[in-house]
Write a protein that binds this ligand. Structure first.
Ligand code: AMP
Ligand code: ZN
Length: 138
């Protein structure tokens, strides 16, 4: 498969790894938002979080936590965890990955505009809540 993160996970192209086990790999982002910006990926290819089995997500998020703890120990004052699914949400590499981004100041800019999706009416808000609850039904 022509996937850059599969190639990194299989050792076919280089990356600066900070953690590896049989299922999960964590490596430095080549175009970091902050120094120490890490990507955590399952070695197996899943495009988006919705495709990955829960067991895989548990392994991946445990490594996300390990990396976040290590970043805090090494001088970060905060950590953002971000995960994009599909181009509509800003995903560029179509292999599931979590960004773990250290922050070193006191007030890093938020990457989204709070309030931009404000509801016109309470009924509209309730409709969104209802749709989400419906979507969780098996
Ligand atoms: P996303 O927009 O969530 O798909 O983010 C993809 C991330 O992958 C970006 O932050 C890129 O800088 C990063 N990236 C792309 N290619 C590589 C690579 N070969 N090694 C490390 N990071 C990469
Ligand atoms: Zn892949």
């Amino acid at each position: 498969m022509n996937c850059v993160f599969c190639k990194i996970a299989q050792g076919q192209i280089p990356a600066v790894a900070v953690y590896e086990d049989a299922e999960v790999m964590a490596f430095l982002d080549v175009n970091p938002i902050e120094k120490g910006h890490v990507l955590v990926v399952p070695r197996q290819h899943y495009e988006v979080i919705m495709d990955a089995p829960e067991a895989v997500l548990q392994q991946v998020t445990c490594v996300v936590r390990k990396v976040a703890c290590a970043l805090m120990k090494s001088g970060a004052t905060g950590v953002n965890v971000q995960q994009n699914n599909y181009p509509a949400a800003g995903q560029v590499v179509p292999h599931l990955h979590f960004h773990v981004i250290p922050r070193y100041g006191q007030d890093a800019p938020r990457s989204w505009a709070s309030g931009a999706g404000r509801y016109a009416f309470d009924a509209e808000r309730d409709l969104y809540a209802q749709r989400i609850k419906e979507g969780m039904k098996p």
